[in-house]
Design a protein around this ligand. Sequence first.
Ligand SMILES: [Fe+2]
Ligand SMILES: [Fe+2]
Length: 274
Amino acid sequence: MKIVTLAENTSVSEAFKNEHGLSLYIESETHKLLFDVGASGLFVENAEKMGIDLSQVGTLVISHGHYDHGGGLKNFMEINDKASIYINARAFENHYSNRVNGEKAYIGLDQELRGNPRLVFLQDDCVLDDALCIFSNVQGTRYQPSGNQDLLMEKEEIEVCDDFCHEQNLIIREKDQVVLLIGCAHHGIVNILDHMASNYDLDPNHVIGGFHLYNRSRKISENHQTIEAIGKELLKIQASYHTCHCTGVEPYHRLKAMMGDRIDYLATGSVIKI
Ligand SMILES: [Fe+2]
Ligand SMILES: [Fe+2]
């Protein structure tokens, strides 16, 4: 299985522009799929540079209703007319982020796309086929990202703390490989792994995505003790971790110091084979 980072906060080289966002292209024996589309059309530009034909993608999964994961949806639909696009039914609700100056910024999706007939809205877990399964409704409360406190949703015209019911994760299975893809892990990476183990009786071989250990609004990382506690939990599972985006570079280095070759960083332009 090949995994290509089309958009992320950093780049492997100056050949690729980057942005605050996430977009991963995955090619397995049976699927060409996209997990998130970044904040803009940048993922399309980078795919072209890497010789990836996004018109051939058959499945797009949007991890949650934040612009940095679904901002490129319109761009994707312009170049691909066949993919099934799976998104949570609540992803188009209004989402906001507190800013340090006391203002709130809209960080939701483009409301123009809300009723688009190409979107498949999911409310619950969904087995797409033998290889792909989407799950949501993660319940645990261990090591939830402190950055969540600055993220809001609109409920009955009032802004309240986001419950992240719009967040979904993807399991890809190929032969004996089990790969877990997550967007921002707003439910907490440890809770997502616990949920997968208890509901699917599965531990992944590879975990790919953002772990949300950096609060972008306040420009602060999770404290050292929390990062180390999370690292210890991650090491309990025999998986390789490929992280990026909202993990933050400093928390990543802290995890790397603990986890060694069990973890690496996926920057825009990186290609890994697993
Ligand atoms: Fe994000
Ligand atoms: Fe997010």
